[in-house]
Design a protein around this ligand. Sequence first.
Ligand SMILES: *[C@@H]1O[C@H](CO)[C@@H](O)[C@H](O)[C@H]1NC(C)=O
Ligand SMILES: *[C@@H]1O[C@H](CO)[C@@H](O)[C@H](O)[C@H]1NC(C)=O
Ligand SMILES: *[C@@H]1O[C@H](CO)[C@@H](O)[C@H](O)[C@H]1NC(C)=O
Length: 353
Amino acid sequence: MRSIFNVAATVLGLTSTLATASPAAKRGLPLADGFPNPNPTQLKQIQQNALGTLPNGPPPSNISSDGLVSLRLVAANELFEVAFFSDLLNNVTQNVKGYEIAGNNRDLVIKSLTAVLAQEELHALNANNALAHFNAGPIQPCKYKFPVSDFNSSIKLAATFTSLVLGTLQDVIKIFAERGDVPLTVGVASVVGQEGEQEGWYRLLQGKVPSELPFLTTSTREFAFNALNQNFIVPGSCPNINTIKLTAFQPLTLLSQPMAKTEPIQFSFQKPATGTDNLKLVYINQQKVPIVEDITVVKTVGSTVTIQATFPYDANEMNGLTIAAVVGGSGPFQSAQDVASATKFGPALIIIN
Ligand SMILES: *[C@@H]1O[C@H](CO)[C@@H](O)[C@H](O)[C@H]1NC(C)=O
Ligand SMILES: *[C@@H]1O[C@H](CO)[C@@H](O)[C@H](O)[C@H]1NC(C)=O
Ligand SMILES: *[C@@H]1O[C@H](CO)[C@@H](O)[C@H](O)[C@H]1NC(C)=O
């Protein structure tokens, strides 16, 4: 008894010494480099790690209320990404089980993740600085959860949320343009390319062709907001995410592993009070008109409904990111925004090839 206790105490003691001795081992936000509130010296270091600087031109003097919603969503999403890449970089540098990388590639992975982390920090600071400039409260970090515990799964997850961001920023740019926020479009377009470069690397690490599609899948702010909220944020941990005025959906769980072929796939969700008769499954893929499919209820166990719908791969060359949502009504839907406006459950994210 006694010796077991002593061993356990030693292990615990060692762990806590390591945790306090190495700032890199600290998890979550704020980071050891001062983010999200770095002082000027810390910001200089972040910019060096990011291989470049924040934009320094004068921001516009006015912004639409929808423009503020977009900046808040971008800030919230980038804060999550900073927490994710900081944790991933820490796992790789500390050789956490499942994150050991053998050979020469390890140095390039650490160098690349160090740059990505700092680049995401600057994306978040840029959005929050703009909010502060417009006297809108900057978004504060939440507590996050990452449903992965090995390097390959972590990279696959990074590729998935980055794909969704690449779709969502298309919507952000469009809404800036529509609402008179044209000066904000160019910086966001520069980030689309930046995240696309990251995406190519995550794909290469998975043995995939770096360039995903001829025209990347489009998304909306609602799908990004709900993906973030449902999957990565510890419920109740956000100081001011309630300032992001976007519609919350119920989760849609993908039960199948879709392949590059046309076949039925299954999803589940919590049974709605209004029943399932009027529901359809919609897929958003590339820059195509949303695809509407009928659903069949496979079973209902307790309050969980399992449905089936065709994944129409062959007729649509449905590679890359597909956003699936269960909507009320049968459409037809002209745009991803039309789908988001009718969505009850979603998004579920599928990436083929
Ligand atoms: C901001 O001001 C400019 C110049 O007056 C105007 O063209 C633009 O529509 C305004 N944007 C918003 C969002 O009010
Ligand atoms: C880092 O490793 C821990 C322990 O396996 C894991 O729980 C966490 O999700 C990992 N983080 C990332 C971003 O992969
Ligand atoms: C991780 O992915 C790479 C690239 O696809 C593969 O070669 C490697 O075997 C995978 N490692 C594990 C542990 O699955």
